[in-house]
Design a protein. Structure first.
Length: 303
């Protein structure tokens, strides 16, 4: 019984470590962007990330990951690179609180994409959560006010494209092991991300190398910790822990860059986090009901 009882705690600790890793990756991106362009940061993030991943993937006695779906990985990595470039640009040029808050809107777009792409059924409650989440996005972006910046739309675009990537990963995970999905993603990303970086290439100097290495290690570490956390715990329980990334980057953004959190961003972020947490909760509830195969526990109107 001890291992079973310990599993939720281990999952929570792994998710917390993943959240801190992603937060530190965001800080590393911002620090590196003072010296090099975000296209170049994306390349080094992928290159150093692949190097950090290889010891995990290529353990002694473990065969090299193989797949029969390379064209699908090609499409997935092209779209994923677009999302990464938009997200990195946002972190490098927008206040960290706004960039990270808007990144949490991805589950809203995933819900919509799942309806049209995977033909999933979404009932009233989740649609209401999606509508509330978009209200939060509007509160942060404020297209009606002088505070509006076109750069905020880049952060929104990153969330939209990330939703497409999430659907693709969900499909690939049904036909390949998780380590295979991660390995081939990085294998394609490294040469792909080099192409746009070459047009803005500037050799990093001094401490910038440390921030670039940090991007790769923290990003890859965050992904590996995240997947392991989800193996042990439920998304609905772990999702609120992932929100700890926001206060981490807010505090570090204030300390390192003198950024302050404005009221509209705080309110909008709160709405987005609440709506995405509810969406994760409802998906977990419906997944448990479906797993029971009990007709009396099917989805009810309004879910």
């Amino acid at each position: 019984m001890a291992p079973v009882q310990a599993a939720p705690l281990r999952a929570a600790l792994l998710m917390l470590a993943s959240t801190l890793s992603f937060g530190l990756m965001a800080i590393s991106i911002r620090l590196a962007s003072a010296e090099v362009e975000t296209t170049e940061i994306a390349f080094f993030r992928n290159a150093f990330g692949l190097l950090a991943l290889l010891p995990v993937i290529l353990r002694p006695g473990k065969p090299l990951p193989r797949t029969a779906h390379l064209p699908r990985y090609l499409v997935r990595t092209v779209i994923g690179l677009c999302s990464m470039l938009c997200g990195f640009w946002s972190i490098g040029h927008l206040p960290l609180s706004q960039a990270v808050s808007l990144s949490y809107s991805t589950p809203l777009f995933v819900t919509i994409a799942a309806v049209f792409w995977l033909r999933e059924k979404v009932h009233v409650r989740r649609w209401m959560a999606v509508a509330a989440g978009f209200t939060g996005v509007l509160v942060i972006v404020r297209p009606w006010s002088e505070a509006f910046s076109p750069g905020l739309l880049v952060a929104v675009a990153a969330a939209v494209i990330s939703a497409i990537v999430a659907i693709q990963i969900k499909q690939l995970s049904r036909i390949d092991a998780p380590d295979t999905v991660v390995f081939y993603t990085y294998l394609f990303w490294v040469p792909m991300s080099l192409v746009p970086a070459l047009f803005q290439w500037h050799w990093p100097q001094g401490v910038t190398w440390l921030w670039l290495v940090g991007c790769g290690i923290f990003g890859t570490g965050g992904q590996l910790l995240w997947t392991r956390a989800l193996r042990l715990g439920e998304v609905s329980a772990l999702q609120p822990i992932s929100f700890m990334q926001l206060p981490v980057v807010i505090v570090l953004g204030w300390w390192l860059f003198g950024e302050t959190l404005d009221l509209a961003t705080a309110v909008g972020a709160g709405i987005i986090l609440a709506s995405t947490a509810y969406i994760a909760h409802r998906e977990a509830v419906l997944a448990r009901r479906a797993a029971t195969h009990a007709p009396s526990e099917g989805a009810k109107p309004g879910e």
